[in-house]
Design a protein around this ligand. Sequence first.
Ligand code: CA
Length: 227
Amino acid sequence: MADSKQQLLVVEDEQTLRETLTYNLQREGYEVTSCGDGGEALELAREQSFDLIVLDVMLPTLDGLSICRILRKEQRTPIILLTARSGEVDRIMGLETGADDYIVKPFSLGELLARVRAVLRRTTPETTTRLEAGDLSLDLIGRRAYRAGEELRLSHKEFDLLAALIRNAGSVLSRDQLLQQVWGYDYPGDTRTVDVHIRWLREKIEGDPAAPQRIVTVRGVGYRFEA
Ligand code: CA
C-alpha cells in the first residue's frame, strides 16, 4: 500500500451495492468517494483527481458510457465499468469508450478487488526508490548499483536492464520484452543487443559469469533473475 491512500470514485445508483463496494474498498485501504448519479459523478471527477473510477453503466441523468467518453477527452483517470448484462460488453467495447476494464454483474467482491488492484498496478507511477535482491541494491533515484555494499560500475543500459530483471525476479522475460522495457519500442536494434548486455552484466554481478546463478538463461524463452 502506498504511503498516502489511493483515491477511488465509486459511481453506482443501487444503494446497497454502492454501500457494499464503498465499505469493502475502504477496508482494503482505499479512500472512497461515492455517488449514485451520472451528472454528479462527472462533476466529482472533474473537481477531484482520483486514482481510479468504478463506474456503473446504467445511471440516472447521464449513463456511464457517456461519462467515460467525456472523461477520456479530458483526463487519463483509469475507469472500470460495471455492466448489468454480458450483452452490453460488445457494445461497451464497440463504442471505444476508453474504459480500462469492465466487470459484468453480478460479480464477486473478490473479482472486483482483483480488477481494481490490477488496474491501479498498471496505471500508478512507480514510487519505489530502491530495489534489493540478495546482496544487490539499486538506488533508482541516484542510479547507483551496489553489490555487498560496493558500488558497481554499470552503464546506463546495464543499470536499466538489471532493474528490469530484478523487478521481474522469478519470472522469465523474453528478449523482446527486455528490448522494449530497456531500449524502448522505437529502438532499431535486435535482440542480440540484449544478449550482449546480459553478458556484460553477468561479468559484473555473477560470482562465475560462465555459470550464472542470478541471471539465468531460459532456453528458447529468455532470461530470469533469481533473487
Ligand atoms: Ca445502475
